[in-house]
Design a binder for this molecule. Structure first.
Ligand code: FAD
Ligand code: SF4
Length: 473
């Protein structure tokens, strides 16, 4: 199987070439170098077709990975595309930004047995890019139009995936978003060095060409209510994500002293989209930057700051490397790019000079002794406080659901303020209203948003068809 045979992984090591760190920090382009077709075949051919595809089980979309790896190894990319696109509405996007080390590649049999995992994500992205380049990506052309309409709140990956599947079934789909562009965090969150904007834009264009209507600059809850949407559409999907940033609670931190991570990233996203933005308040050039937090958003901020020409960039995180929530791959990328990590350091106060932030005072922390079944606690080390020089402090402490202004009295929420859905499925407490993605799960991953969007679309389809049949009867 494949050019390297069933034991090809022994002679062919894993190769996932990245641009040199000193080169890649010069711009915001993707850092993974697109493989040549020969290298792609060799890497895909490392799959042993082990018979128990743990990779597929670990993929939230249950992608049929061994099949498209095998076809890619044989240069049957069009067939590979058919299989990859059957389970996913955005393979080329997930292939780029899934934390594969925690999903498919982490479970790859080669990885489990001491050989390095097949480069599953890179092959998936290559298959998708090749399909776009060769015009194999089918336009959305429903077999017949249906009169029912669906309103979707939020044009992120959950809303886009649902729009794709519903429009394919012939429904009239309108997506409402408060931003000036569709894409959600794919456009106004995740930086270009992980996912270039053009890759998202061609997906958005395909939806528009297929007849999906996007209503942008429309804040549901302010410009239109959920009740209005229920009156206008036969079904509604809530896919508005989570946007309430957790705030830093230390002395000296007041409005204007720090930047919220997403504000900082959105300004750079707009520059990547070709918009003029000379707002120096949201730029790290020449500044000593401290980013507080240890998740993927924090990693995106430190790597954005270094590309903007910061004097120094430090990531301050209260736990140690092993216990940080961010992807190990992204931490390694950040370290290669010259980011300094201050592990086991918890912010204690912001220090100011002449009315501006000058340093972050931090407490040195230590991990408690390990206890079975418990996450290790962190405790401050007495007398070990330290200061980090800072003239730009970015807060990246995670997100919670916003008080969604369109909430209807009868829309049930969970204790975490996410939208409550039926035990199995996506139905909310309001008839005809469904919810998917981060709005239900809390801050999660793109691949889960895609899965939810696709599955919610299937449930809405069943609901609308049953309702139409009932009315006809
Ligand atoms: P979103 O993508 O958040 O989309 C929701 C949309 O709803 C937005 O466009 C918003 O404008 C709109 N909206 C919100 N409220 C309203 C309203 N009232 N009216 C109208 N529109 C509204 N995941 C990964 O898998 N890999 C990564 O590398 C990765 N990196 C990330 C980096 C950052 C900085 C962040 C913040 C997240 C990252 N994630 C990553 C997580 C991932 O982006 C999210 O899990 C995913 O985007 C959730 O999709 P969604 O469609 O549910 O919500
Ligand atoms: Fe792996 Fe994500 Fe692709 Fe699934 S969608 S195969 S987890 S990269």
């Amino acid at each position: 199987k494949g050019p390297t045979g069933p034991t090809g992984f022994v002679v062919q090591p894993r190769r996932l070439p990245k641009a040199e760190a000193s080169v890649r920090v010069q711009d915001f382009g993707e850092i993974i170098i697109k493989p040549t077709p020969e290298n792609l075949e060799t890497q895909a051919g490392r799959c042993t077709d082990c018979g128990v595809p743990f990779c597929q089980t670990a993929c939230p979309l249950q992608n049929n990975i061994p099949d498209w790896l095998g076809l890619s190894a044989e240069n049957e990319l069009r067939e590979a595309w058919k299989i990859a696109s059957a389970t996913s509405t955005m393979p080329e996007i997930c292939g780029r930004i899934c934390p594969q080390d925690r999903l498919c590649e982490g479970s790859c049999t080669l990885n489990q047995s001491g050989w390095e995992a097949v480069t599953i994500g890179s092959v998936e992205a290559f298959i998708g890019d090749t399909a776009f380049d060769n015009g194999w990506v089918e336009p959305i052309r429903p077999l017949h139009e249906r009169p029912e309409s669906v309103g979707i709140v939020g044009a992120g990956p959950a809303g886009m995936a649902a729009a794709d599947r519903l429009r394919e079934q012939g429904y009239q789909v309108t997506v409402y978003d408060r931003h000036d562009r569709p894409g959600g965090l794919l456009i106004y969150g995740i930086p270009g060095f992980k996912l270039e904007k053009r890759v998202v834009q061609r997906r958005i264009d395909r939806l528009i060409d297929g007849g999906v209507t996007f209503v942008t600059n429309c804040d549901v809850g302010k410009d239109i209510t959920l009740a209005d949407l229920r009156g206008k559409h036969d079904a509604v999907l809530l896919a508005m994500g989570v946007y309430q940033a957790r705030a830093l609670q230390v002395p000296g931190a007041g409005p204007g002293d720090t930047l919220p991570a997403l504000d900082f990233l959105i300004h750079q996203n707009r520059r990547d989209l070709g918009e003029a933005d000379d707002d120096t308040g949201h730029h790290a050039r020449g500044r000593n930057v401290v980013v507080i937090g240890g998740g993927d958003t924090a990693m995106d901020c430190v790597r954005t700051a270094i590309r903007q020409g910061a004097e120094s960039v430090t990531c301050l995180y209260r736990r140690d490397r092993e216990n940080m929530p961010g992807s190990a791959r992204e931490v390694l990328n950040a370290e290669e790019e010259g980011i300094h990590f201050e592990w086991l350091g918890a912010p204690k106060a912001l220090m100011s000079r002449d009315g501006s932030v000058s340093a972050v005072r931090a407490a040195r922390m230590a991990l408690s002794e390990p206890e079975f079944g418990k996450r290790r606690e962190i405790v401050p080390v007495p007398g070990a406080d330290f200061d980090l020089k800072a003239d730009l402090v970015i807060e990246a402490l995670g997100f919670e659901p916003e008080a969604f202004a369109a909430h209807h009295d009868e829309l049930s929420l969970t204790e975490w303020n996410t939208v409550a859905t039926a035990r199995s499925g996506f139905a909310t407490s309001l008839p005809g209203v469904y919810a998917a993605g981060d709005a239900v799960r809390g801050a999660s991953l793109v691949v889960w948003a895609v899965r939810d969007g696709q599955d919610a679309a299937a449930e809405i389809d069943r609901y609308l068809k049953a309702r139409t049949e009932e009315q006809a009867a």
